[in-house]
Design a protein around this ligand. Structure first.
Ligand code: NAP
Length: 233
């Protein structure tokens, strides 16, 4: 299988590195760099013989290059990871367009429509199918942008530990461990299960739990501001 990746920056590079584990990869950017296992070129035309073309360009650049990409792709599927560029916009120049979203960890990929999966399943990661294109747009916030938003929450956790007298290195280690443990425990037990097993009646945990509502409100505002922008960018 041969895969083209157009736009090899933060996200495109992560996708190209993932793709090259299972496919031959031709990656396009204007300033060519050396990447192990990936052929990098500055000519969009070089992805013409690929079986599938992934696009990770900024939305404005993708819109400028739509016609050229459509010409090069011909009857080949084009899967866009760009924020906001709708399938209807892509269809003006691209015959077989699809959309997907992930973040630079590429550990989970959301896609729409359902047929997208057959063109990206080689990426060997977890996948979720969106219910419609609007939900895919929302994934730009919850999947694409969320690591940089949640990193601030982690950093706040670290600042608090430092204020309580723990040094930076230990605070960082504890924060990473606590966030990983939370994801695993929440997935396994749900909120109620976590609360039942950790918050002892009249204990220490409940003192913190009853004070997190402001942080919840701030997180909802941060994520919904991001998803609102993702719908219109
Ligand atoms: N970064 C993330 O975590 C993330 C997460 C989810 C979705 N996304 C989406 O992914 C897209 C790219 O974001 P990004 O953060 O990866 O941006 P980025 O780091 O700026 O990457 C874009 C790349 O496109 C290349 N490029 C620019 N013009 C080009 C052209 N005409 N032809 C070929 N290559 C060109 C640039 O390299 P040269 O300057 O060498 O050409 C640049 O490295 C956006 O639509 C964004 O919404 C990003």
């Amino acid at each position: 299988m041969k895969v083209g990746v157009i736009g090899v920056g933060n996200l495109g590079m992560a996708l190209a590195k993932k793709a090259c584990k299972n496919a031959e990869v031709v990656a396009v950017k204007r300033k060519v760099v050396e990447v192990e296992g990936v052929e990098v070129t500055d000519r969009i035309e070089d992805v013409g013989d690929c079986d599938v073309i992934l696009v990770a360009l900024k939305p404005d650049v993708f819109r400028m290059e739509l016609e050229r990409i459509g010409r090069v792709a011909g009857e080949k599927p084009v899967v866009s990871f760009a924020a906001g560029v709708k399938l209807d916009e892509m269809r003006r120049h691209i015959k077989i367009p699809f959309r997907a979203m992930t973040n630079i960890a590429t550990s989970l990929i959301a896609y729409w429509p359902a047929e997208t999966f057959q063109h990206i399943s080689f990426l060997d990661t977890e996948f979720i199918e969106c219910s419609n294109e609007g939900e895919l747009d929302i994934m730009t916030a919850y999947l694409g942008s969320s690591p940089s938003i949640l990193a601030y929450l982690m950093h706040t956790f670290i600042l608090s530990a430092i204020r309580d007298g723990v040094d930076y290195a230990k605070s960082l280690k504890v924060a990473v461990s606590a966030f990983k443990a939370t994801a695993e425990l929440y997935d396994r037990l749900g909120l109620e299960g976590v609360l039942k097993k950790i918050a002892t009646p009249a204990g220490t945990t409940i003192e913190g739990v009853i004070r997190v509502s402001e942080a919840q409100r701030a997180l909802i505002e941060a994520l919904s501001a991001t998803s609102s922008k993702a719908r219109v960018i």
